[in-house]
Design a protein around this ligand. Structure first.
Ligand SMILES: [Zn+2]
Length: 119
C-alpha cells in the first residue's frame, strides 16, 4: 500500500465493544472474545487496533469459534519455550502484518492465517 493513498474506508460492520475494568488483564488493551471486543476503560483504540481485531473475528468465525481458541492456546504453548510466543502465533502474525491495511479484509481469503504458520 502506498503511504499517501491510505483509504480509511473499511468493512462497514462495526464490532461490538464492551468497555470495562477487568477484561483483559492490566497491560493489555483489548481481547476479542467470540467476536465481541472487551476493552479496558482507559485504553485508546485506533483504527489499526480495530482492524487487527476484525482480522481476528474473521479467523474466529472461519474456525467455528471453539477451534480458534483451541488452536490459539495450543500454538501459544508450543511456542512458549522459544520466547515471544504471543507475537509468533499464526493468528497474531496475520493480524499484525495486515492491520495497517484497512482494506485487507476485503481481499482476504478464507484460512489465510495458514500462510502465517511457521515452524
Ligand atoms: Zn491480536
Amino acid at each position: 500500500m502506498k503511504k499517501n493513498n491510505i483509504k480509511i474506508k473499511h468493512t462497514k460492520k462495526q464490532m461490538k465493544i464492551v468497555r470495562n475494568k477487568f477484561i483483559p488483564f492490566a497491560g493489555y488493551k483489548a481481547i476479542n472474545l467470540f467476536g465481541v471486543l472487551f476493552v479496558r476503560n482507559n485504553a485508546k483504540l485506533s483504527e489499526i487496533d480495530l482492524n487487527h481485531e476484525k482480522i481476528h473475528t474473521a479467523q474466529i468465525k472461519e474456525l467455528w469459534y471453539v477451534f480458534f481458541y483451541l488452536w490459539y492456546v495450543i500454538e501459544w504453548i508450543i511456542r512458549l519455550p522459544k520466547g515471544n510466543a504471543y507475537r509468533n502465533i499464526s493468528f497474531e502474525r496475520e493480524a499484525y502484518d495486515n492491520e495497517k491495511d484497512l482494506n485487507y479484509l476485503k481481499s482476504r481469503k478464507r484460512f489465510d492465517f495458514a500462510k502465517y504458520i511457521k515452524a
